[in-house]
Design a protein around this ligand. Structure first.
Ligand SMILES: [Zn+2]
Length: 567
């Protein structure tokens, strides 16, 4: 691997990052508010101050901002409890909602019609829609601890398209602190409990602004896209003020040494993550689709770096970039990724991963608090800290030293990717992932659906991927045309495979927030084993499976053909 320019790394300034973080934390960066727009203007002004070519995009986003909640117990005891409401929780009528409270425990929602459901996971989009469709009048979420963690209830990715709008939640949601909620759950088990709640929530259209920095290398059309959300909850120092400061520092140092870049880097700050479910990155993906498709080498997301006591490292990469991502991070940290964090390899369906439909491979590095540290609470942001999405995510939780280390690793990832002669993608890792998933699925469905044709196509693709990698090994001093055609082929493979491997909705829509298996479309085949042969559901599922099988064989055939052309 080529050693990155040490001059780039040594120009990282902790003082500059801390000063940016201090400025950002003065704004409460809730998407769609005046302060959020001011924060975007501040980021743009810093890019201009550094002399970086930049622009501001503006678009209309469907956003939601929780304003106020009230909650009272009427029976079996009388008490007013602290509560909050959430993004895309439905506002109640001004007089509020009253009714019987039922404790919904476990996976199924049971009989909640006309009642108020007290439940854990009450912000999870799947849970919210299930309770709404079962006729619940409102949801009372049991917080994971005795702090209010803000969040969003919709699972629609980005601003909804017309065909997605039916899944916008239409049910009020409030959260109670864990102890208060558990006391109520006990009361529900003994007797009939009745409660009253009010929720005031803004839901509507607001302009959001996306600052974008362009650091042009020798090839301006091939670029790494770096992004991280700029909106937050409360002060949001470590989720994601630190990330915004690291991204700005990355822009500054790469721009300063732009003559060392073979390809380009584009850096974006996304609003609409926290209060509009990734609407800015989704909009950018929609607005720039063709340009991203043709030129984007990878998406590097920056979320919650630079947290105090974050000494462990983890990566989240797609199969083709996993080895590269891991090697750089292990080299830079001087230790293997191990233990708790080693098993979390692929990006989850969160964190502005808005480019799966385009087929762009993503990579990521996250510094994390060790599992046995007192600040660790296993939360999904702020390096796993207990203060994630609370009003205690304040600037004292950030560390200039960790920000410096994290920026060095981010810069190394960016430099090595844009300066690689041959892009560091491993098509054989994609092949392993596909073959593994098809074989796993075959074990479940072999009695109901014949996957042997797909297995043959997958094996053929795997053979070709291995041959391509052998060819790449011989390319080190290769002719420029041969290197260029291999790089084009590697990009094309990602574009062909990722939308089928990771999405059900395809290339031009965004997969909603839900954990799905690889090959999510074909995976419905497993449902054939759960329904009665000859029935309607069986027939419809079989029809869908046949079509999804064609999507997979077509993808494998096109990927194999793309490799054949360069062998
Ligand atoms: Zn975050």
């Amino acid at each position: 691997m080529k050693t990155p320019g040490t001059e780039v790394i040594t120009s990282i300034s902790k003082d500059e990052m801390m000063s940016v973080l201090q400025s950002l934390c003065k704004f409460e960066r809730v998407a769609g508010t005046e302060e959020d727009l001011q924060a975007a203007e501040f980021l743009l002004s810093k890019l201009k101050e550094y002399g970086i070519r930049c622009e501001m995009h503006e678009f209309q986003s469907y956003v939601s901002r929780p304003i106020h909640a009230e909650f009272s117990v009427y029976a079996p005891y009388q008490e007013t409890l602290q509560s909050v409401t959430h993004s895309f929780g439905q506002p109640t009528p001004p007089e509020g909602v009253s009714g019987e409270l039922v404790h919904v425990d476990g996976a199924s929602v049971g009989d909640v019609s006309g009642k108020i459901a007290l439940t854990q996971g009450g912000l999870r989009p799947g849970r919210v829609l299930a309770l709404e469709r079962a006729g619940a009048a409102a949801i009372v979420n049991i917080s994971s601890d005795n702090r209010f963690h803000q969040g969003i209830t919709t699972g629609i990715w980005g601003t909804p398209a017309l065909r997605e709008a039916a899944d916008i939640p239409r049910i009020p949601v409030v959260s109670l602190l864990k102890d208060d909620a558990e006391r109520l759950a006990e009361a529900c088990a003994q007797t009939t409990a009745s409660v009253h709640l009010k929720a005031e929530v803004f839901i509507g259209w607001k302009p959001l602004r996306i600052p974008v920095a362009y650091i042009d290398g020798k090839d301006p059309e091939k670029f790494l896209l770096v992004g991280g959300h700029s909106c937050s909850w409360w002060e949001g120092a470590t989720d994601n003020g630190t990330g915004n400061a690291c991204a700005l520092e990355l822009a500054r140092i790469l721009h300063k040494h732009r003559d060392t870049l073979d390809r380009s880097v584009r850096i974006a700050w996304w609003p609409g993550h926290s209060q509009a479910r990734y609407s800015a990155s989704a909009w950018y993906s929609d607005a720039m689709w063709q340009e991203l498709h043709d030129g984007c080498l990878g998406y590097l997301n920056i979320d919650s770096p630079g947290v105090r006591n974050a000494t462990e490292y983890t990566i989240r990469a797609m199969a083709e970039l996993e080895d590269f991502n891991r090697e750089v991070v292990e080299h830079e940290t001087g230790k293997p990724i191990s233990g708790y964090y080693a098993g979390k390899r692929r990006p989850p369906r969160t964190s502005d991963q808005s480019f799966w439909g385009v087929g762009i491979p993503s990579l990521r590095v996250s510094s994390m608090i060790p599992e046995d540290h007192e600040d660790f609470a296993g939360t999904p942001g702020s390096a796993g800290a207990w203060w994630w999405h609370t009003d205690e995510d304040t600037i004292d939780k950030a560390s200039a030293d960790v920000m410096e280390t994290d920026t060095r690793i981010l810069a190394t990832l960016a430099l090595q990717l844009v300066n690689a002669l041959v892009l560091p993608y491993r098509p054989s890792r994609m092949a392993e992932e596909i073959t593994g998933r098809v074989n796993e699925l075959n074990e479940d469905v072999s009695s109901t659906f014949d996957l042997s044709k797909i297995i043959r196509y997958a094996e053929r693709f795997a053979e070709h991927a291995a041959r391509l990698e052998s060819k790449i090994e011989e390319l080190d001093d290769g002719k420029p045309e041969a290197v260029a055609s291999v790089n084009d082929c590697l990009l094309r493979l990602s574009r062909i495979i990722n939308p089928v491997l990771r999405t059900e909705v395809g290339r031009f829509y965004h997969e909603p927030v839900a954990a799905k298996p690889l090959l999510p479309g074909l995976s419905h085949a497993a449902e054939l084993t759960q329904c009665a042969e000859g029935g309607d559901v069986y027939g419809f599922t079989l029809t869908q499976t046949m079509r999804e099988a064609n999507r997979v064989t077509d993808c494998l055939a096109r990927a194999t053909e793309a490799i054949e052309r360069v062998l």
